[in-house]
Design a binder for this molecule. Structure first.
Ligand code: ADP
Length: 403
């Protein structure tokens, strides 16, 4: 629908008040024109209507055109105002333009000039309106996009939580049948061992598969608990020297083939407040990675010491190592380095071991770091806060070899 221009003319000269609307209707075609003979009257109209253009004489009794212009700038700053000045009144013209007038028209009014000026003013007003409308539409669109993002984020958070709930439930449910399977396999192995059956080797490899499955399921369960914020620790004061000896012994007796392992430990205990099961889990994971990503006879060194109120356990291997750009990612969930081949044992893994390890150590108020050189090997370090006020002393480092 075409917009009919709406114009206000303000002049105390009745002749001009008659002539100007006539010029407009003759040259502009359809237009709606209000005429008033004082600035006060004009102000009332401007309050009520949103004009496309206002034409006002400058010299009027009472409030003059410049004062009216100032008021228009306050009330309707987007409405172009043209001021009519007398011949030779340059000062007034300059004042009008500085005061924000859109244009000025000199008396005696030249009709062609007047009509061109008013057409331009109307176009300007309409353009300003369009810009304002488009800006409004854009703001509205931006708001609705923002709402959509908020809504989508809420949905994604809910879907993520549902996924973690499902993982937690599924891995929990899988644990029970796997546990009975493990029990039955043990029973069968003992029976076959008693009669020295050759089936024993098959049952042993079955048991190993069950253990690997147990680790994977436990990793999924732990990850979902961490993500759901339900991961808890049962911490007590523990000697990490003893804990490392215990974990190394367990690893050496259960892995096949066992690695060549060197354990550097101090003579005295190093006490930290930890959940021993969880820290053992981290150590086992580091050990099994060191073993997995090294040639089968490459040595693995575990060192336990303390420094700056921290108990430090490091696991060093002489394996494939990792390039620097991979290091920031290896503690992320599901991260498995591309093109890294497992050197020893099974390649089964979900890329969760280091993620869980980091979370466990951070839950203890400690941290875990890695240094690695491709082709030379990697060193993982776990740092755990020492028990406060405990009399800790560390003797000479002892070395023990396992192979
Ligand atoms: P997974 O071993 O199941 O893939 P992890 O979270 O334990 O998952 O390890 C993530 C990745 O980090 C591994 O896929 C491997 O690429 C790299 N990585 C971990 N430990 C070592 C190591 N000792 N030597 C070389 N690469 C390693």
């Amino acid at each position: 629908m075409q917009h009919i221009p709406y114009i206000l003319i303000v002049d105390d000269d009745p002749a001009l008040l008659q002539a100007l609307p006539q010029a407009i209707s003759l040259r502009l075609g359809q237009a709606h024109v209000d005429t008033v003979d004082s600035a006060q009257e004009a102000l009332r109209c401007i309050q009520e209507h949103d004009y496309d253009a206002i034409i006002s004489d400058i010299k009027m009794p009472g409030m003059d055109g410049l004062m009216l212009l100032a008021k228009i700038q306050e009330i309707r700053p987007d409405t172009p105002t043209l001021l009519v000045t007398g011949h030779g009144e340059q000062d007034l013209t300059v004042q009008a333009l500085r005061g924000g007038a859109y244009d000025f028209i000199q008396k005696p009014v030249e009709r062609d000039y007047f009509v061109v000026a008013i057409k331009r003013a109307i176009q300007t007003r309409q353009l300003r309106r369009q810009v304002a409308e488009q800006q409004h539409a854009l703001e509205h669109h931006a708001q609705s996009l923002e709402q959509q993002v908020v809504q989508r984020t809420r949905e994604l958070v809910a879907a993520n939580a549902a996924k973690d709930e499902f993982l937690s439930m599924a891995s929990h449910e899988l644990k029970t049948p796997l546990c009975s399977l493990k029990g039955m396999a043990q029973l069968m192995r003992r029976r076959f061992e008693r009669v020295a059956s050759p089936e024993v080797t098959n049952i042993i490899s079955m048991e190993r598969s069950i253990v690997r499955m147990e680790v994977l399921i436990q990793d999924l369960l732990d990850t979902s608990l961490i993500e759901l914020g339900r991961f808890t620790l049962r911490s007590e004061d523990h000697d990490i020297v003893e804990l490392c000896q215990h974990v190394v012994h367990e690893y050496m007796t259960t892995s096949n083939p066992p690695p060549q392992l060197l354990l550097n430990i101090p003579a005295e205990a190093i006490y930290t407040r930890i959940d021993a099961t969880r820290v053992s889990q981290v150590l086992l994971n580091l050990l099994s990675n060191a073993h997995k990503y090294s040639p089968s006879h490459a040595p693995i060194t575990i060192t336990v010491r303390h420094s700056n109120n921290q108990g430090i356990i490091s696991v060093q291997d002489k394996g494939v190592g990792m390039p620097a750009e991979q290091l920031p990612h290896i503690f992320e969930r599901f991260y498995r380095a591309p093109e890294v081949n497992v050197q020893t044992g099974s390649s089964i893994g979900l890329g969760l071991g280091l993620y869980i390890s980091r979370k466990i150590i951070e839950h203890h108020g400690g941290h875990i770091t890695v240094e690695s050189t491709p082709g030379e090997g990697s060193t993982f370090k776990i740092m755990l806060p020492l028990v406060v006020n405990d009399d800790i002393s560390v003797g000479e480092i002892q070395a023990a070899s396992y192979s």
